[in-house]
Design a protein around this ligand. Sequence first.
Ligand SMILES: Nc1ncnc2c1ncn2[C@@H]1O[C@H](COP(=O)(O)OP(=O)(O)OP(=O)(O)O)[C@@H](O)[C@H]1O
Ligand SMILES: [Mg+2]
Length: 416
Amino acid sequence: MTLSLIGLVSIQIYWIKNASAVKEANFRRSVNESMVKVVQKLERMEKNKAMQTNQYESMLNFNRHLEYDAFVTTGGLDSLISLVLNMRGIDTRYEFGIYKPEGSQFLLEKSTNYQNELIQKGYAFPLFPNDIYTSPEYLCIYFPLERQFLLTELWGMLLISIILIIIIVYSFSYTITTIFRQKRLSEMKNDFINNMTHEFKTPISTISLACEALEDKDLRGSGEFLDSYLSMIREENRRLAGMAEKILQTAVIDKGQLKMNKEQIDVHKIIGDVVKNIRIQVEIKDGEIRRRLMATHPVIEGDKVHVTNLIYNLLDNANKYSPKKPLITITTENASNGLVITIEDNGIGIGKNDQKKIFDKLYRVPTGNIQEVRGFGLGLSYVKAIVEEHHGKISVDSEVNRGSKFKVFLPNIIRE
Ligand SMILES: Nc1ncnc2c1ncn2[C@@H]1O[C@H](COP(=O)(O)OP(=O)(O)OP(=O)(O)O)[C@@H](O)[C@H]1O
Ligand SMILES: [Mg+2]
């Protein structure tokens, strides 16, 4: 496609060049024909004048034609040239003069500013070619705006070509970017399905193992075992339900059917609940969650379940992506008409380029060695959707290998 595009553009350029050469040749021919006419007319005018004033004979005798002013003035010649040129469709500015190489002088000229151009770049036509006794004189004509004139004639064609080329290039690049976007999307979907299968597999196999154990008649007698297996099944089932819920939630957001149950919620209380849930996972890794709840007015209008999930997702990420001794700090502050929640960790961080994409659905930072960290790539896209539903803002500030800081602003009152 690139090759044929280049070919097309070069052919186009070639044709335009050709057309401009043809135009130029046409122009020259028209100028030639016009000026030959002018020269002939001048000859006739001179003869007529000579006959009228009875100088014809003396002219023959002396082999010398009349002075220019005697039969044609500058103005007269100008209107003659203009008439002839106009007849051929050449209506651009021109300068003319009658030049005599002997003595290098202009016998007549329209304006005195173009003497050099007339001699160097103008078109010259010998005057009175039959008069062999006087030294030659030339009628020179010069078009100061010749280029522009020829270009305006080509302008339409040039414009259409440029527009067509732009359209082709645009659709070409659009197609290419679409193909690449689709390819990336399909890769992400593949990853998602892989991850999902893995995530579901663990609880499913745990449950089936527990079931097998329960079927064992020897174990059934002991109430203690029964309880522990049951609670294991319940726990794994809860995890499965949670995961299914997460995936379904995304579909709901996609359809724009997210429902919000607005009420007055105390964010400090929600943070307390979430931290209680997640603390064990952090402490297993020898880590710590610090709370710096400095907001004096932590109550906002919002949906309790969604805000809980929001904070859970951010804390979950902070824990998941901090492989060694996570130190997670969660801070709240009152801002003008709202609340700012900051969640900071000392984990692997996110590169500048990825920071723009992590809020996209299914996007996960591609890292070779930490692929054990499982996830769907849905968490942050959900968080963003929720923040937007609350008319808030979310931003990330992160440095690779240093840690990440997510800042969420939620307004006190949701104004539609
Ligand atoms: N605190 C963090 N530190 C480093 N990287 C992070 C952090 N939070 C998110 N990321 C990166 O952003 C990506 C997207 O995060 P997101 O929460 O949307 O998905 P996930 O955690 O992979 O999966 P899940 O849907 O289970 O939350 C992650 O895969 C990770 O690469
Ligand atoms: Mg996550």
